[in-house]
Design a protein around this ligand. Structure first.
Ligand code: HEM
Length: 377
């Protein structure tokens, strides 16, 4: 069954789309809206109540064209594969420094030592945010995303919003030397000020989205990838002997164990037929990419890890107009981190059999990942 209704207490019927072809088609079909303001009143109220937090505001991920097109247009140039590839030497340098710091320690928590600091450093440098603020971002984002304590969620969202408000208030656009490239915060501030392409609110919503999306997901991709590889020593050995397989391996690990467990939410704007089943207009739909990525109709032997696999057209970054803006960055970071780790620590092993997974059902990621590096001081 690739489409099925599910009764959700207090909400009514939600439809699950789990087949790969059906999921891909729904993600490009404008009848599936991402904008919860277009939901029927009862569903809209529910969505508002359960929004992660209203202080997260509204961003490109929460709206349909033409609003979505305008917001994405303002920032998309900063994330083209060419612009991201230019960051490779810096991503390599940050990774090398983190790996150097791990070396000589018998046991480390890989989330603390590599998977978290790499993406947070990169996104903060892109946004021009000081390294000294990383710990605050981590606490606020954790409060926003991981917590089921609604008060903590609200205060964390408020704190992050206030941070960005102060940050942009302190920027003078004119004081940047001519020969220096503006960071993304300045570029967006210019787009909101001189060019009038963004309101102040939209600017802050966008910065919050980029900061959260920029590190909350990649940390889990790196952590999950390491667990899967250590659990499949033949695949790890293959990757060690053929480092050129790393990019392909990352695609396979995204397919099998991407950082988003959950479903991409949509609301039907008309009756839509999917695989012979009619989903009525105004219904909530969950496009379950983690299941679609293991659809046996699309992927040969779908649960097997195969770093040489070439049929890896997964949906881990979504598809269609909301296709992940940061996919090239996430791929670059994961390739450099996993490639470096595998090459530097030939005796890497898990230091526990009792892995702690994060309680948030939306995110598949580890609380910590204790590993033995196989190196001595
Ligand atoms: C959208 C996954 C990393 C920024 C999305 C979507 C998915 C996704 C599935 C589409 C959601 C939907 O259609 O409902 C991931 C995964 C990542 C990752 C698995 C890491 C492994 C990043 C990074 C950034 C980023 C590093 C930014 C620096 C965004 C943005 C959107 C988005 C801005 C909204 C795009 C739009 O609405 O047009 N991501 N993401 N993501 N992602 Fe990512």
């Amino acid at each position: 069954m690739t489409v099925q209704p599910m009764e959700m207490p207090g909400i009514g019927t939600a439809w699950l789309i789990t087949g790969y072809e059906e999921a891909r088609a729904a993600l490009t079909d404008p009848r599936f809206s991402r904008d919860d303001r277009k939901a029927p009143e009862w569903l809209h109220q529910h969505a508002e109540q359960h929004r992660i937090d209203s202080s997260l505001g509204r961003n490109m991920l929460d709206c349909d064209p033409p609003e979505h097109t305008r917001l994405r247009q303002v920032v998309k140039k900063a994330f083209t594969p060419r612009r991201i590839e230019a960051l490779r030497p810096r991503v390599q340098q940050i990774t090398d420094d983190l790996l150097d710091a791990m070396s000589g320690h018998d046991e480390v928590d890989l989330i603390e030592a590599l998977a978290f600091p790499l993406p947070v450093t990169v996104i903060c440098e892109l946004l021009g945010l000081p390294a000294a603020d990383h710990a605050d971002f981590r606490a606020w984002t954790a409060g926003l995303i991981q917590s089921d304590d609604r008060e903590l969620t609200r205060t964390s969202g408020k704190a992050l919003r206030a941070y960005f408000e102060n940050r942009i208030a302190g920027i003078e656009l004119d004081d940047l030397p001519e020969d220096e490239q503006p960071d993304l915060t300045r570029a967006l501030l210019r787009a909101s000020g001189d060019e009038g392409r963004l309101t102040r609110e939209e600017l802050i919503d966008m910065l919050m989205l980029l900061l959260i999306a920029g590190h909350e997901t990649t940390v889990n991709l790196v952590g999950n990838a390491v667990v899967t590889l250590l659990g499949n020593p033949d695949q790890l050995a293959l990757l060690r002997s053929e480092p050129a397989l790393v990019p392909q391996a990352i695609e396979e690990l995204l397919r099998l164990d991407g950082p988003l467990n959950a479903a991409l939410p949509r609301i039907t704007q008309a009756d839509v037929e999917v695989s012979g089943v009619t989903i009525p207009a105004g219904n909530m739909v969950s496009i379950v990419i983690s299941v679609a990525n293991r659809d046996p109709e699309t992927f040969d032997d779908p649960h097997r890890v195969d770093v040489t696999r070439t049929d890896t057209q997964h949906l881990a970054f979504g598809h269609g107009i909301h296709f992940c803006l940061g996919s090239a960055l996430a791929r670059l970071e994961a390739q450099v981190a996993i490639g470096g780790l595998v090459a530097r620590f030939p005796e890497l092993s898990l230091a526990t059999t009792d892995l702690q997974w994060r309680p948030n059902p939306m995110i598949r990621g580890l609380v910590s990942l204790p590993v033995r590096t196989g190196t001595r001081p």
